[in-house]
Write a protein that binds this ligand. Structure first.
Ligand SMILES: [Zn+2]
Length: 240
């Protein structure tokens, strides 16, 4: 029966396609695994940049504070001419002194912050360098990984083409049944009946039915798993 022969061939193609597709499913994982180091370095780079931004912010705040205090000091100094009593004069001097102390302290903090900014800049640019380097490595690895699937892609394309040729040649009801059972058993919708049992589910096939499978004149389904059965003449046993 031609349909049966075609279904056996089709199953061979579909099983291989299934295998290739499953293999291809690993691709995103392999790429993501290859990119783990890069992701980690990028996270470190982001952290370094956030740190840099933080110290820059502190530095700007110190700059603003310093400016405010300097303006304050200038105003105080301008007021010196308005002072009339000794008491006022000493209070005024004290105020100036305190303002100067504050300025000195801010300037000290500024020095520390400038050092921090410098360090944070170096750290951020160091991480950027590492990330660029790792990105290059990752892209190379990605290309290499994708390359491993090129042959499989080509084979899938070929098999899909063959499939398109075979499928319309099968009687529609049989083709439909095959598609239904293939959805359940992607690798074994059509199985061999051997030693009077179904090789799909290992269930015994009644003798009369087995004979019919052997004749190969009609589409016979396993009573248990409903797979399509076919019989292949045993190849001559090698001498023992
Ligand atoms: Zn079965």
């Amino acid at each position: 029966m031609e349909d049966l022969r075609l279904l056996v061939e089709l199953q061979g193609i579909d099983a291989r396609l299934y295998e290739l597709r499953k293999d291809k499913e690993r691709l995103p994982k392999l790429i993501s695994y290859a990119g783990e180091t890069l992701q980690q370095i990028k996270a470190e780079m982001d952290a370094a940049r956030a740190e840099l931004e933080q110290v820059n912010k502190e530095k700007r705040a110190a700059d603003a504070e310093l400016q405010t205090e300097n303006e304050h000091l200038n105003k105080l100094k301008l007021r010196t001419t308005e002072i009339k009593t000794n008491k006022e004069y000493f209070a005024h001097l004290k105020e100036i002194e305190e303002c100067q102390k504050k300025i000195a302290k801010i300037e000290e903090t500024e020095l520390e912050l400038m050092e921090k900014v410098e360090k944070a800049e170096a750290a951020a640019s160091g991480k950027k360098g590492l990330a660029d380097e790792e990105e290059k490595k990752f892209n190379e690895r990605k290309t290499e990984i994708e390359g491993r699937f090129v042959a499989g892609d080509r084979e899938m394309e070929e098999l899909s083409g063959k499939r398109l040729e075979i499928f319309p040649k099968i009687t529609e009801t049989h083709a439909q049944y095959y598609s239904t059972i293939l959805a359940k058993y992607p690798e074994s919708a059509v199985v061999e009946a051997a030693n009077t049992s179904c090789t799909g589910c290992r269930m015994m096939i009644p003798p009369q039915m087995f004979n019919n499978v052997r004749k190969g004149e009609s589409i016979i389904k396993c009573n248990n798993c409903r797979r399509i059965l076919y019989y292949r003449e045993p190849v001559a046993e090698p001498s023992k």
